[in-house]
Write a protein that binds this ligand. Structure first.
Ligand SMILES: [Zn+2]
Length: 445
């Protein structure tokens, strides 16, 4: 038991550290380039914005049936699924005052989330004239420079909005606090009633840390890791992916297209997270034997190796996100369609037919398989102080926002290009499986 306990500590600490900044930065930019090149979406007509409250009131009994079917599906198909307590089931009462709250509790998201009507633009690219919502009107998490990279133009019910705008903006919303504070040890009232139990991995004390099991999934580690750390399988990524797909399909089937597109965007967030190698791999570049070995040393009192591994993977994860966020925002601002990431996201391709296990079996596997190369590149080319010094906490380095300039000064444009190329390889996975997910929703219309 002691051995198992130590493995848990290592991996939990590793994950908590690696989760501070979410997954990919700027989901709206990533998603926009994919959905903008799916003709079913880019050629679709604008739709009128509808508030969540109005949508739920119009569809209350149908949503109740749908969520009951979803619960049955999750219990039957997800091995580690913690059943939703029956008391949280969505009951059609007709009460407009608490209908959003009842819905949030039934799908077990943080009921404090904001769901305003708005369109997301990169700062500086707003259309002008519209009321601008502050970040606190869309996100319940504290504002960050990455969130401030966007402006949120308010819509009112009945405003016309294009599906590309709805889906791309919505694809950032799961990082606005939806999955924060849901476990029993997160110190929240909802955590005590939601039935998810103790947080299986990730650090419950961090701002973003408690969303880890909803945004990360470790499906392809060695069996022996699971033997000692079975909790690593307790991911709710597939739960969210399936739930939001079902809600999207339901909304479209009732002619509620605004919410069909918006739920599609929520689901695509989790598909994109799965393409991020640090979200599918516990310790990239570590063999199973090496992982077990540093645990053994830790057991013997030599914790240095474990702690170093944890800190380094955390810093590298964050370095990659920062680099990706800045390079992608720059390419999007310049509308540089030949940028490898943008070109990859927009490239037409054969997409596999979507099945419910496709994200796990194909997408997460490909992402996992890319993790060692990605980690090696980050280790080699990102500033050594950031990614090779375990005494450094990157989140505390003010100059981390200059990471692109630092890499360029040290290694030149060719290395920048090679790192962007590697990111394109990972995001190519999102382009493939995100298309597959979206097209399957639309085919079922
Ligand atoms: Zn995420």
């Amino acid at each position: 038991m002691k051995y198992r306990h130590i493995v848990i500590i290592v991996t939990a600490a590793a994950l908590s550290g690696s989760l501070r900044a979410g997954a990919w930065e700027h989901h709206p930019l990533i998603t926009r380039h994919v959905v903008d090149t799916i003709p079913h979406i880019s050629n679709a007509d604008p739709v009128q914005a509808v508030s969540l409250q109005e949508f739920l009131l119009q569809e209350e009994s149908g949503i109740a049936d749908l969520l009951a079917r979803e619960e049955a599906w999750a219990r039957a198909n997800l091995a580690w699924y913690a059943p939703r307590p029956d008391v949280l089931a969505f009951q059609p009462t007709g009460n407009p005052n608490d209908i959003c709250h009842r819905f949030f509790r039934a799908i077990r998201v943080n009921p404090s989330i904001k769901t305003p009507l708005y369109v997301t633009h990169l700062a500086g690219q707003e259309s002008g004239g519209a009321n601008i919502l502050p970040p606190s009107a869309v996100s319940i998490l504290r504002s960050t420079p990455m969130l401030e990279a966007f402006v949120f133009e308010e819509l009112v019910p009945g405003d016309w909005v294009h599906p590309v705008d709805i889906v791309s903006g919505a694809s950032n919303e799961p990082d606005y606090g939806m999955d924060v504070g849901l476990f029993s040890d997160n110190g929240t009232a909802i955590g005590r009633i939601f039935g998810f139990g103790v947080q299986p991995f990730g650090n419950p004390n961090l701002d973003y840390g408690s969303q880890a099991p909803f945004h990360m999934g470790f499906y392809h580690e060695s069996w022996i890791i699971y033997l000692f750390a079975g909790f690593l399988k307790q991911s709710y990524l597939e739960y969210r992916i399936h739930l939001f797909k079902a809600l999207s399909e339901y909304a479209f089937s009732k002619g509620q297209d605004y919410w069909g597109w918006r739920f599609m965007g929520w689901g695509l967030h989790y598909i994109a997270d799965m393409s991020m190698p640090y979200h599918t791999t516990v310790l990239p570049q570590y063999s199973t034997l090496r992982m077990l070995w540093i645990n053994l040393l830790d057991m013997l009192g030599l914790s240095k190796y474990k702690n170093n591994a944890v800190q380094l993977v955390s810093n590298r994860h964050m370095a990659l996100e920062l680099f990706q966020g800045f390079t992608m925002a720059e390419a999007c601002r310049n509308n540089n369609l030949s940028d490898p990431v943008i070109a990859t996201l927009r490239r037409d391709r054969q997409t596999p037919v979507y099945t419910d296990d496709l994200p796990r079996t194909a997408l997460a596997k490909a992402s996992y398989d890319l993790s060692a190369r990605m980690d090696k590149a980050v280790e080699t080319y990102m500033p050594p102080h950031f990614v090779r010094n375990p005494a450094v906490e990157l989140a505390n380095c003010p100059n981390r926002f200059n990471i692109v300039e630092m890499v360029c000064a040290e290694h030149g444009e060719a290395v920048i290009a090679s790192l962007v190329q590697l990111q394109a390889q990972a995001l190519d996975l999102f382009s493939t499986y995100g298309r597959s997910y979206a097209l399957n929703i639309l085919e079922n219309r």
